[in-house]
Each structure stands twice: as C-alpha cells, then as structure tokens.
Design a protein around this ligand. Sequence first.
Ligand code: HEC
Length: 109
Amino acid sequence: MKLHFVFHFIFLVLTMLSMVLLLAGCANDQDLQPLQLSDYPEHEIAAAKLYISKCSGCHAAPLPKIHTAGQWPGVVQRMEMRMNNKAIKPPSSQETAVIVGYLQKHASN
Ligand code: HEC
C-alpha cells in the first residue's frame, strides 16, 4: 500500500516535470518564428509602425533587407496596384514616401 503511494507520487512529479519542459519548449519555438515585431529594424519608430500596418494586410510585411534601396520603390508601387485591385485603400503619397524611406534605409546593398 505504502509503496504504491510512493510510485504514484513519483509518477506525479515526473508528469509535472515533463509539463514544465514542454512549456519551456514552446517558449523556444516562439523565438524561431520568423517575423516578430522585434525582428524589424527600428521597430519602435513611427515609420516602422506605418510600414507594418500598411503592408501586412495580405501577407506578413517582409523585412526591409530582402530588397535593395533601388528595388523597393518599384515593389511598393506594384503593391499599391494590388491594393487598388482589391479595393484596399493604398497609403497616401506622403505615407508611401515614409514607407519607402524606411524600407530603403534598411535595405540590403
Ligand atoms: C492587396 C494585398 C497586398 C498588400 C496590402 C501588400 N501586398 Fe505585397 N504582395 C501581394 C501579393 C499578391 C504578392 C505576390 C505577387 C507579387 O509579388 O506581386 C505580394 C508580394 C510581396 C513581396 C514579395 C515579392 C517581391 O517582389 O519581393 C514583397 C516584398 C511585398 N509584397 C511587399 C509589400 C509591401 C512593401 C507592401 C506595403 C506597401 C505590401 N507588400 C502590401 C499583395 C499585397
């Protein structure tokens, strides 16, 4: 009877331990998700926030480094055409300038 209780206790401790490990594993998985706010350069400034808010409607806003400064204006222009096609209000020309400026500042060379 007593031995049974000891085994039961050990089983309980092991279950709890594996749950803690499982939770710790989940926390690590989150670090592997490619696009967290903190992955974006200067994510605390207004331009970054404007960019993420205007460019994550259809897909995750890509990181600025995936294109060169020379490529970004054309990509943004194409995206605004896509927004027009979907009847999504594109950024104003002033907002577009801020977004392109942010992307170019952090673009690849
Ligand atoms: C109306 C939906 C929509 C919005 C909003 C949108 N995109 Fe896209 N995006 C697409 C589609 C569809 C594709 C795939 C086809 C293509 O590349 O044109 C795409 C692909 C991309 C790609 C990968 C292709 C490439 O040329 O590198 C980038 C980068 C991109 N978008 C950037 C942006 C940026 C920057 C914004 C904000 C100005 C934005 N997107 C907003 C629909 C959208």
